[in-house]
Design a protein around this ligand. Structure first.
Ligand code: SF4
Length: 340
């Protein structure tokens, strides 16, 4: 499948942990760009289910969350005819390459990793830290290198995360001879949308708007959104550039003529935040309608979704097996006795 889609396109690899239905933060932070990039690149999109176990080894929810997430990917525009969607744990070559890369990765690189350092500093977090948590950047490197990905789509703040993959790549190529291209960051612009409480939108903080939320749920959530903190009274002049509600209008209000009007009314102090949020709720419900319809159709046909993943797993496995054959040859492992 990937071969016919790929042609001479450069390859990208990106993934998400299976966290169930996606929210607008997931969409703006990654998925929206994936949809754009699938026309230009040979795109591999991975359900990172092994990564989901690094801080919680309970896998009971992963199947349901995987299906929910992939249904959302497709409802948002990922097209199985244009890209490869697959599940990490169904391509075991990731694990084999991870093991080999881990032998070539100095411990210090992993201990310096900001996420690990932060968790290690906290007495309570440290007790629950797994070996997998320390090694996850190496698994991430394997995820990328096993497909010889040329690019990884990331926001500017994630560039340092890719650097360790590039270091591991250079180290491996130096030790065994060049196998992998050094993956580059494909910088993607992501609008900064916040949760209802003005913190980063996140499921764990409960401040998120799920794309498949019902119109009623969306209305309720929008009405709880914190607005411009510098506008305590209704008639005070507002600062739309500091207001999350205004950012949402810019992204989701299809009536583009309203954006400058809202901005002007807000700055003049004659447009009330309550009205502004009511209008946003209506606009957002409308904007999400095509997504919701497509999602309902996909959710009613789980066999189709599973088949997309089955085909994706096969294509990913084919690509990964070819690279692992090369890796085994370079490292000379596995060549003493010919396999039957
Ligand atoms: S009027 Fe709208 S843009 Fe202005 S502060 Fe209130 S919610 Fe934000």
């Amino acid at each position: 499948m990937a071969d016919t889609k790929a042609g001479k396109k450069k390859r990208i690899l990106s993934g998400m942990r299976p966290t169930g239905r996606i929210h607008l933060g997931n969409y703006e932070g990654a998925l929206k760009n994936w949809v754009k990039l699938q026309d230009e690149f040979d795109s591999f999109h991975m359900v990172a289910d092994w990564h989901a176990l690094t801080n919680n080894p309970d896998a009971a929810h992963i199947h349901a969350d995987t299906l929910d997430m992939v249904i959302d990917w497709m409802a948002a525009g990922l097209d199985p005819k244009k890209c490869t969607m697959f599940i990490q744990s169904h391509v075991r070559e990731h694990a084999e390459l991870h093991l080999l890369l881990s032998m070539a990765t100095p411990l210090g690189w992993l201990e310096r990793c900001p996420t690990f350092k932060e968790l290690y500093r906290d007495d309570d977090e440290r007790k629950g830290l797994s070996y997998g948590m320390l090694g996850y950047p190496v698994l991430q490197a394997a995820d990328i290198l096993i497909y010889k990905a040329h690019f990884v789509p990331v926001g500017e703040d994630q560039v340092p995360h890719l650097e360790i993959t590039r270091e591991v790549c250079r180290r491996f190529n130096k030790l065994y001879g060049k196998v992998f291209p050094e993956p580059q960051a494909k910088l993607t612009e992501t609008p900064r949308i916040l949760g209802a409480d003005r913190r980063k939108m996140s499921k764990s903080l409960g401040n998120h708007i799920v794309m498949s939320d019902s119109p009623d749920a969306i209305r309720k959530k929008v009405l709880t959104m914190i607005t411009d903190p510098k506008r305590p009274r209704k008639n005070d002049p507002g600062h739309p550039d500091e207001c999350n509600v205004f950012t949402f209008h810019q992204l989701y209000n299809k009536n583009r003529d309203r954006i400058p009007e809202i901005e002007k009314g807000c700055r003049a102090g004659d447009w009330a935040c309550y009205d502004c949020k009511q209008e946003l709720a209506t606009a957002l419900v409308e904007w999400l309608e095509p997504f919701r319809e497509k999602r309902e159709a996909l959710a009613a046909d789980p066999d189709f979704v599973k088949d997309v993943l089955r085909q994706g797993n096969l294509a990913a496995r084919r690509a990964a097996q070819a690279v692992m054959t090369e890796v085994r040859e370079k490292t000379t492992l596995g060549s003493l006795i010919a396999d039957d």
